[in-house]
Design a protein around this ligand. Structure first.
Ligand code: OSB
Ligand code: MG
Length: 377
């Protein structure tokens, strides 16, 4: 496509309840939404088009190095100017955004925002859905839910019971030192062993905790996600040898190369693919393909996406290699009001959007209400 204008909005969207992990508590979703406008190829030649992207970064750099204000700055000062420079010297497409931005180190979540917007704009111009573009044939994906750290065990049991009654097919409990074996044991005792259950430590442990983490083996968990630090690939391999619970990596995998390293080392038998974390949906697809070729299971993670990212994640998760339920919940798991039409859970599943592009359109009046700043480029 040829980009004419870029509008970057910073949003603050209230959450239905605080979301606590081992690294922080989120009270609202502070994110960026990008709208690109320009021309792209339609079935009968070039047409005016618009596309939307969303940034995965959180407000503060505790999950990863990126954070919303920093992403806004790198987009404004480097990524968009570099992209404009690139399109003045040759054609730009979603498939070349990554290459055009490769000279800028890191900032994968910010880069993913741009790639998304260009991809959505091009697919809309062509009248093609993102699922079709990816070659994903499933029309709905199983819906899992990520349950934050709660104030008490009774509160946790109430929260999990509520999600199960809504039909969620897999429960993920956030854990941290001091909130691990006890909540898992309580959930198993209350809801039994038929509930697909997994845990996510967000890098809160070290290899010294291996004996403690081994106590989780008796609860037949699907997996333990990111028990150790992001750069602890070798230690994750050592931990994998000590546990029967499969190890899944999230934070450690920022690229297909990281995924290849983790698989080679035996550091992960499952990978959480979060498109924003790895720089976009095209790299996410490459990790899916690589993992499938190695018999490594993958599932689609989330960053409390609005309807834009939720739509794109749902299409990605419809690919055959996504054999485990993802963190793809209904919009109302986080938001009383989403910026797009809300995603709903039906019979434990979320429907894959079939319209052109990501298949959702932000509602301008809602967007306006949540906007705290705008950059026009
Ligand atoms: O580790 O998967 C994670 C949310 C923010 C940052 C990191 C993580 C999460 C989640 C929620 O677990 C996923 C979602 O439902 O969007
Ligand atoms: Mg995680």
């Amino acid at each position: 496509m040829h980009i004419e204008s870029v509008e970057l909005r910073e949003l603050r969207i209230p959450l239905v309840s605080p979301f606590t992990t081992s690294f922080s508590t989120q009270y609202e979703r502070n994110t960026l939404v990008m709208k690109v406008t320009g021309t792209a190829d339609g079935p009968n030649g070039p047409v005016e088009t618009t596309g939307w992207g969303e940034c995965g970064a959180l407000s503060d750099p505790y999950y990863s190095a990126e954070y919303t204000a920093g992403a806004r700055m790198i987009l404004r000062d480097y990524l968009i100017p570099v992209l404009r420079q690139a399109q003045s010297t040759g054609p730009l497409s979603a498939e070349t955004v990554g290459h055009a931005l490769a000279g800028i180190v890191g900032h994968r979540m910010a880069k993913s925002t741009v790639e998304m917007a260009v991809l959505d704009a091009e697919l809309r111009a062509r009248g093609q859905s993102f699922a079709r573009y990816l070659g994903a044939t499933r029309t709905r994906v199983p819906s899992g839910v990520s349950v934050g750290i709660q104030d008490s065990i009774p509160q946790l049991l109430g929260t999990v019971g509520n999600y199960l009654s809504q039909g969620y097919v897999r429960i993920k409990l956030k854990i941290k030192p001091g909130w691990d074996v006890e909540p898992v044991a309580a959930v198993r005792k209350e809801f039994g062993y038929d509930v697909p259950l997994q845990v996510d430590a967000n890098a809160a442990y070290t290899l010294v905790d291996a004996p403690l983490l081994r106590r989780l083996d008796e609860f037949a968990l699907l997996l333990i996600e990111q028990p150790l630090a992001e750069d602890d690939l070798v230690q994750h391999a050592a931990l994998a040898a000590a546990l029967s619970t499969p190890i899944c990596l999230d934070e450690s995998v920022e690229s297909a190369k990281d995924a290849a390293d983790a698989i080679t080392l035996g550091a992960a038998s499952v990978i959480n693919i979060k498109p924003s974390r790895v720089g976009g949906y095209l790299e996410a697809k490459r990790i899916h393909d690589l993992a499938s070729a190695h018999g490594v299971a993958v599932w689609c993670g989330g960053m409390l996406e609005t309807g834009i990212g939720r739509a794109a994640n749902t299409a990605l998760a419809a690919l055959d290699g996504f054999t485990l339920p993802g963190d793809i919940s209904a919009s109302d798991r986080f938001y009383a009001e989403d910026i797009t039409e809300p995603f709903v859970i039906e019979d434990g599943h979320i429907a894959v959007p079939q319209g052109p592009g990501f298949g959702v359109t932000p509602r301008l009046e809602v967007l306006e209400r949540f906007t705290v700043g705008t950059d026009s480029m």
